[in-house]
Ligand binder design. Sequence first.
Ligand SMILES: *[C@@H]1O[C@H](CO)[C@@H](O)[C@H](O)[C@H]1NC(C)=O
Length: 140
Amino acid sequence: MRIDLTFVLISALSSSVNSDVFTLVSEKMNWTDARSYCRQHHTDLVTLNDRTDMDELLQSLPSGLVSLMWIGLYRTDEYFPWVWVWSDGSKDLFTSWDPSQPNNVDGVQYCVCTSPKGYWSDWWCTDKLPFLCYTKKRDR
Ligand SMILES: *[C@@H]1O[C@H](CO)[C@@H](O)[C@H](O)[C@H]1NC(C)=O
């Protein structure tokens, strides 16, 4: 069974970023299937542009959902230095890596997930995780 939990980021100052609708899909999928799902039903896997985006997203997460979640960040580079890119083509340089990440365990961690604490880890793309999609608004 698929459970979609949609929530809208609410901010006193409405900005174009905050007008995007974020959707947490709790059904676990690998990164490529998650991206396909987001592109089919929403816009793409989520892009996080800055700390405010990250903080507001975390504050919007229903309590009790303690899990790693796919975001739209990934790389195709095999060799260091890796260039991380957003699935939707955004070029923003904001990152929120956990202090010990990215560490490329087994040499195959090409995708990125976030934790409810807001730190990112590179992760095995084949792993099945819940994920975050966003729906773009016209003014973005
Ligand atoms: C994800 O799973 C699909 C099957 O649902 C498979 O075709 C695809 O290769 C998998 N991708 C990764 C990165 O594991």
